[in-house]
Design a protein around this ligand. Structure first.
Ligand SMILES: Cc1ncc(COP(=O)(O)O)c(C=O)c1O
Length: 321
């Protein structure tokens, strides 16, 4: 089946490699979306190819977006937007720091304007962004607001196309599932639409790191259904194709327990691959327990969705294990 894609920029180095890795004497398949770029690495750039193209078509002056202070999405927006000539404003949950590390360092270095919000105010971040956008509109400026994680009907095309890319690398009829960390849910939503559209018998495993199990299911299905509706796609969602593996971020989104850090370190020293503390480290813990240890690594593909700069922001914790 040929998919009719919306127009996009080419910002990501794709296709990313699908590698066979041996860890603890067990083989598994890892899709290296941490290699979509250098500063623009990770899953977000795939969504931004579509979103920023729309922003350009709309002759936007400013890009607004939001996330945590170590948001990989926010960092990707800043770098891609600067490359394409937009001004950027971020609305971040967290605090400013003169010695900013990781993603926040890059946001500042690349010249993003930043508004810092506490946890309470961040609940209203969409309203806050819209209000500021309205104020700029009155001054004759155009603002394009990208929601958290770039996860809307257009952004998730990044992971519909991922499935199309993956099926050229492996026979997906022999694969039982694809596993990814899930923050705003857009990656899982795109994967779900992708496998439905291409009628593939593959399950999507989402490891929730930010929202509760019920909320992430709602978010993933809303984004997926919204995309099918908005683009009039010839497929129906099969909700049983989605499974949330929960309980792998009990320590909280901004924290990571020692046991997972030890796994990240051991995996890094045996494979040369670095996982991040907020997303891929937790997703890998779920993958390790549910599939790798059960010798199902060649049947379920682990997506490394990037996030490397988050590790630099936690360098003391990484070194302490
Ligand atoms: C490194 C990394 N992995 C996974 C995710 C989750 O992606 P999504 O927000 O599409 O669920 C994010 C962002 O939230 C991320 O930065």
């Amino acid at each position: 089946m040929k998919i009719n894609y919306p127009p996009k920029f080419n910002l990501a180095n794709i296709p990313t490699p699908l590698q066979k890795i041996k860890y603890k004497n067990r083989n598994f398949l890892i899709k290296r979306d941490d290699l979509t770029g250098s500063l623009l690495s990770g899953n977000k750039v795939r969504k931004l190819e579509y979103l920023l193209h729309e922003a350009k078509r709309k002759r936007t002056d400013y890009i607004f977006t939001c996330g945590g202070e170590q948001s990989n999405h926010a960092r990707s927006v800043v770098i891609a937007a600067k490359k394409l000539g937009f001004k950027v404003k971020l609305f971040l949950w967290g605090k400013d720091s003169q010695s900013a590390q990781g993603n926040l360092f890059l946001d500042k270095f690349f010249g993003a304007e930043i508004s810092y919000l506490n946890k309470e105010n961040y609940i209203d971040v969409n309203y806050i962004m819209q209000e500021e956008a309205e104020a700029l509109k009155k001054k004759g400026k155009k603002v394009y607001v990208i929601p958290e994680g770039g996860s809307n009907a257009l952004g998730i095309w990044g992971y519909i196309s991922f499935v199309d890319e993956l099926r050229k690398q492996v026979d997906l009829k022999n694969i039982e599932g694809i596993l990814s960390a899930s923050g705003s849910g857009g990656t899982a939503a795109g994967l779900l639409v992708g496998v439905s559209l291409l009628k593939l018998p593959v399950k999507i495993y989402a490891v929730n790191v930010l929202y509760s199990k019920d909320l992430i299911i709602k978010k993933i299905l809303n984004s997926a259904e919204g995309c099918i509706r908005e683009f009039n796609l010839p497929c129906k969602l099969n909700e049983t194709k989605l499974e949330v593996l929960y309980g792998f971020s009990k320590e909280g989104y901004k924290k990571i327990e020692k046991k997972k850090l030890k796994l990240i370190k051991h995996f890094a020293q045996s494979s040369g691959i670095l996982l991040d503390p907020a997303y891929t480290g937790k997703a890998f813990a779920a993958y390790y327990e549910n599939f790798l240890m059960k010798k199902k690594g060649m049947k379920v593909i682990f997506i490394h969705t990037g996030g490397m700069f988050g590790a630099f922001a936690k360098n003391k914790e990484y070194l302490a294990v």
